[in-house]
Design a protein around this ligand. Structure first.
Ligand SMILES: N[C@@H](CCC(=O)N[C@@H](CS)C(=O)NCC(=O)O)C(=O)O
Length: 202
């Protein structure tokens, strides 16, 4: 299995999931800037959308979209409890989180990474994101992880996008529950291994 990734991009989240699941996969660097692999191959020829993450199974089947990839990985290792069983209400709760993170947080950051975006517009997007982080801070007040007591693939996804607050200047310093949760997730050995594999930690 191969995971196409770019360091620190949203592909860090399936990278974390693979390490949490104990699944060996080959990470393939597909820079979001150049859209080329390290050997010069045009990534658009592999994924016409040019997006990471993308998972390639051993039979060549390709799976796109972070939330789908995360659930696929979690279901390969059911004993690791990275996602509730399919068909249960809790599974829909996980999907609720993955959708929220993908549409309200992840894609809320995209304009902030766009150098053509005027500063005034960026302020509007930052304020919107700050309101989402405030809500998350409240949600995490009495929980260790988004789904309760145990880590799920949603935590790896939210951790990944919360890392982007620093480079984009979204202020989360007033959200203690969010900060405590971020430190808790960041201290997990699998999270550290995935970050090391992407060159984000020494
Ligand atoms: N809907 C996609 C979005 C993936 C996405 O936004 N990937 C970004 C990195 S975080 C990317 O590859 N950007 C490169 C580009 O826009 O060409 C998903 O959830 O997997």
């Amino acid at each position: 299995m191969k995971l196409y990734y770019s360091p620190g991009a949203c592909s860090l989240s399936p990278h974390i999931a693979l390490h949490e699941a104990g699944i060996a996969a080959e990470p393939v660097l597909a820079s979001t800037k150049s859209h080329k692999l390290q050997d010069g191959t045009d990534y658009y020829g592999i994924n016409p959308l040019g997006y990471v993450p993308m998972l390639e199974l051993d039979d060549g089947t390709r799976l796109r979209e972070g939330p789908a990839i995360l659930q696929y990985i979690a279901d390969l290792a059911p004993t690791k409890n990275l996602a509730p069983a399919a068909g249960t209400l809790q599974r829909y709760r996980l999907q609720e989180w993955l959708t929220f993170i993908g549409t309200e947080v992840h894609k809320g950051f995209s304009p902030l990474f766009n150098p053509a975006m005027p500063e005034e517009a960026k302020t509007i997007f930052k304020d919107k994101l700050a309101s989402r982080f405030k809500w998350l801070d409240n949600e995490l007040a009495d929980k260790q992880y988004l789904m309760g007591d145990s880590f799920s693939v949603a935590d790896g996804y939210l951790f990944t996008v919360t890392n982007w607050t620093k480079p984009t200047g979204v202020d989360i310093s007033g959200y203690p529950n969010l900060l405590a949760w971020h430190a808790r997730v960041g201290a997990r050995p699998a999270v550290q291994e995935a970050m090391k594999a992407e060159g984000l930690l020494k």
